[in-house]
Ligand binder design. Structure first.
Ligand code: UDX
Length: 481
């Protein structure tokens, strides 16, 4: 029986199975639900069971009868000794397990018999090319969602032109050519600021092909979404729009979601996290006991890993800075796991537990908006960078991989809302930068930080660029049913 057209559009949202991608795309899912759209969110089985242990996710989506999760197999992922292996394994599983699983889901009866009617639009992670193929085969419009900054998408896009000339793997002279091919960034971008995928010593061709394939395919998407806002990336966005005219900036999503929630529900906004790890909320009680703007929040996201020596350098730098700190030590984030090292780490943490509080995983958005937080020592993941911008918290940046190097350079050189430590992880540098952030350079940092926070607030307000783009996205979705 032919599927009947549903009065309510039914959108399927498909992120790659990584925390930073799930967070932003689940925020989009909630936004669409608040706007009366039916949503199916595709998780991998492993992440789905982790996500459902998060009570906030249950309460966030339990209120929407038009929302449901679907799961596909994700293959067995081992534990990893470094983030590069995690990414290589992830891309392998995406190609060999998740891709066929996605196709099977879209062509199976699981969705066809759905009471909410057939899927009328797909919003897929912009890293991936294959969802666009499947959508084209099924005659469903597919929107590409990039969870990174526009400046990083543009670098991927420009490097693709070099890749098409067979310049892989990149050597140093190619890095210079890549930077020269991006005149908007040439004045401040250096080889070490480029995505880790491209720097000669780390080039991993399979990853590179995968990244470029996704970028190449996204030009073929029916529309493009970016979790950013026009005011902070205007020059790059105009370049991107010359190639992808129907590109909608709808970020910062955390701010747009809170804005829409406050105008549609009477209850206080609950956390918009989607943590795959169990959050330790004891840090909020600890923060309540700290003086205003006295604490440095330290977190390196869900993929970056730290060696024992790096951990010690950061710990001594924080302690010697004299400031209080709240440090997220994600359970799988330490590269070396020798018992003796763990013992030393435990003793050091115990020795300063009054001034330095550690948790395995924190409710980050709530932490960044707590009055006791004065600064953020971050890895410059894009979600963390946006969350810090919205909260008006200055940053010290220690990037690790992928888009983080470009984000940290923009934070320090273009937006001037923080300082880029880049690859100088030693206790003296950490101490000096923390002191600059919390006092020495605080006045100038806070001026820029307040300005950017105000631009973000305006972009998601009723007449703001991101709000208008979100309304254009809703119109596109309603027309596609
Ligand atoms: C990765 C890339 O680094 C990032 O640039 C890309 O956009 C997505 O994939 P990740 O390294 O996890 O993401 O960093 P980030 O983008 O900052 O996402 C981490 C998310 O986890 C943030 O939304 C943050 O709020 C959340 N988080 C982090 C917590 O909820 N608790 C924590 O303790 C730490």
């Amino acid at each position: 029986m032919a599927a009947t057209k549903s009065v309510i559009p039914h959108v399927l949202i498909f992120p790659i199975p990584a925390q930073g991608h799930i967070n932003s795309m689940l925020k989009l899912a909630e936004l669409l639900c608040l706007s009366g759209i039916n949503v199916t969110f595709v998780n991998t089985q492993q992440n789905h069971s982790r996500l459902l242990r998060n009570a906030d996710v249950q309460s966030r989506f339990g209120q929407f009868p038009g929302f449901c999760f679907e799961t596909i197999s994700d293959g067995i992922s081992a534990s990893f000794s470094n983030p590069e292996d995690f990414i290589t394994d992830l891309f392998d599983r995406l190609k060999n397990v998740i891709k066929p699983g996605f196709r099977e889901l879209l062509t199976s009866n699981r969705l066809k018999s759905d009471a909410r009617g057939p899927v009328s639009c797909i919003i897929a992670d912009g890293v991936l090319g294959f969802p666009i193929d499947v959508a084209e085969e099924l005659g469903i419009p597919c929107i590409s969602f990039r969870t990174i900054s526009a400046c990083c998408v543009w670098i991927f896009f420009c490097s693709q032109r070099l890749v098409e000339n067979g310049d892989i793997p990149f050597k140093d002279e190619d890095m210079d050519r890549l930077i020269k091919s991006v005149p908007e960034m040439e004045s401040f971008l250096r080889c070490r600021d480029l995505p880790s995928f491209y720097r000669a010593k780390e080039v991993n061709t399979p990853n590179l092909d995968f990244v470029n394939t996704g970028t190449l395919y996204s030009v073929r998407a029916a529309a493009h979404l970016l979790n950013t806002f026009d005011d902070i990336e205007a020059p790059i966005l105009s370049q991107l729009r010359s190639h992808c005219p129907n590109l909608y900036t709808i970020g910062p999503l955390n701010a747009l979601l809170n804005n829409l929630r406050s105008s549609t529900t009477t209850s206080l906004p609950i956390s918009s996290n989607a943590s795959l790890y169990a959050e330790d909320r004891s840090c909020m009680t600890w923060l309540d006991r700290q003086p205003e703007k006295s604490v440095v929040y330290v977190s390196f996201g869900s993929i970056a890993m730290v060696s024992r020596q790096e951990w010690l350098e950061i710990w001594y730098g924080l302690v010697n800075s004299g400031y209080r700190f709240l440090w997220v030590k994600r359970p799988d984030s330490l590269i070396s796991k020798d018992d003796e090292g763990s013992q030393i780490q435990a003793e050091l943490v115990e020795a300063t537990k009054e001034r330095g509080y550690t948790v395995d995983w924190a409710p980050q958005e709530e932490v960044l908006n707590h009055p006791a937080i004065g600064g953020f020592f971050t890895h410059s993941g894009w979600n963390s960078t946006l969350e810090s911008m919205v909260a008006g918290v200055p940053m010290v940046c220690w990037p690790h991989l992928a888009d983080q190097q470009i984000n940290s350079r923009y934070v320090s050189e273009v937006w001037k809302i923080g300082m880029d430590m880049k690859d100088h992880c030693n206790r003296v540098t950490v101490e000096n930068l923390i002191r600059d952030m919390m006092s020495g350079k605080r006045e100038e940092l806070m001026q820029s930080t307040a300005k950017v926070a105000e631009m973000a607030r305006k972009s998601v307000s009723r007449d703001g660029s991101s709000y208008r783009n979100y309304e254009a996205l809703l119109e596109f979705i309603r027309k596609s049913r």
